[in-house]
Design a protein around this ligand. Structure first.
Ligand code: HMG
Ligand code: MG
Length: 302
């Protein structure tokens, strides 16, 4: 099967990567991380969240982060917005893209954003409308598309249902997210096949966490169903505070290594990303979980 020749990588470490860190990561470090990622050539960096600081204290400095980063023209800086209050923050911060984040699981919706799926959609509608009026791109994330920490199995129809609601709101991109990393390639194919029946695959992204070591295999399965946008995080940082036990996002270095081997272009400087992963891990005082990143770093040190 023909794979896409080019893939867009959305680097999510400044948001999904850091949101679960217990110790507050200084704003300076967040800003430097985003500036380094920008310089490495990522076309889209998920930079911050405009959520309740009581719910996610690590993201409380989103406005400062956005004010201090050096923007590269053409790079999309995205921020999470659960409601109008979040949107107002995003607008003031000059975000290029907002991310509304719903779920395919009722239980997770309640835990993560304190409302039902239907209530979340009703809350997102004015947010999306305001974003469209302001000329800001919109991405809709579907959490727990491959399984839920509270509900267990998630029917494919629930994922398609949220995707259709997002489509009706005219979001630009939709991400199918394996929040807790339980998916396997067969299920990824089933879910992506169902979603691509209603949404153009060019507008769908795959967001995989690597909890069960399936993320690279899942990305390959998604590539085979024509998906060409993926979310990754340097050094495999990440996790959601409301998805207990879930580990980080798939490591950017590992994905870049695999894509390079598949002759798929990303426009991202792999060596620079290895450096960033090692630098960020040193700052967090632990070894990162990217196998490719650590292997290259060890080879360099030898
Ligand atoms: P709530 O408590 O029901 O909201 O939380 P509320 O409207 O009653 O407000 C409570 C307080 O929060 C009030 O302050 C509001 O002003 C404030 P108080 O009067 O108590 O001082 N507040 C806000 N402050 C700043 N920015 C805002 C905002 N909204 C309200 N936007 C709410 C509902 C949605 C706010 C809350 O549940 C929340 O913030 N949740 C965010 C959770 C989150 O960020 N989770 C992680 C991201 S999702 C994820 O990681 C998954 C993803 O990666 C994909 C995947 O892997 O699946 C995207
Ligand atoms: Mg995530």
């Amino acid at each position: 099967m023909a794979l896409p020749s080019r893939v867009k990588i959305v680097e999510v470490s400044p948001r999904d990567g850091l949101q679960n860190e217990k110790e507050f990561v200084p704003t300076d470090i967040k800003v430097e991380l985003i500036n380094r990622l920008t310089a490495a050539g990522f076309p889209n960096v998920e930079a911050a969240s405009f959520v309740s600081p009581k719910w996610v204290p690590q993201m409380a400095d989103g406005a400062d982060v956005m004010a201090r980063i050096e923007r590269r023209p053409g790079t999309i800086y995205s921020v999470l917005t659960p409601n109008m209050k979040g949107f107002e923050g995003a607008l003031a911060a000059g975000a290029d893209e907002i991310v509304i984040f719903g779920a395919a699981s009722e239980a997770f919706s309640q835990k993560n954003i304190n409302c039902s799926i239907a209530e979340s959609i009703a809350r997102f509608e004015p947010v999306v409308q305001a974003a469209r009026e302001a000329g800001i791109r919109v991405r809709g994330s579907i959490s727990c598309a491959l399984g839920c920490p509270y509900q267990g199995e998630v029917p494919v129809e629930s994922v398609v249902d949220v995707a259709q609601r997002y489509l009706a709101m005219q979001v630009d991109e939709i991400d199918v997210a394996d929040t807790i990393g339980v998916g396997t390639p067969k299920r990824v194919r089933e879910v992506m096949a169902a979603v691509t029946r209603v949404v153009d695959p060019a507008r769908i992204s795959g967001h995989f966490h690597d909890t069960y070591g399936q993320a690279l295999a899942n990305i390959l399965a998604a590539l085979e169903t024509d998906i060409s946008i993926f979310h990754t995080s340097v050094a495999g940082l990440g996790g959601c505070p409301y998805a207990k036990g879930a580990t980080g996002n798939v490591a950017t270095e590992d994905v870049l290594y695999m894509l390079r081997g598949l002759d798929i272009d990303t426009g991202v400087d792999f060596d620079a990303v290895v450096d960033i992963g090692q630098w960020m891990s040193a700052h967090l005082n632990r070894k990162g979980s990217s196998r490719a990143g650590n292997a290259i770093a060890a080879k360099r040190a030898a």
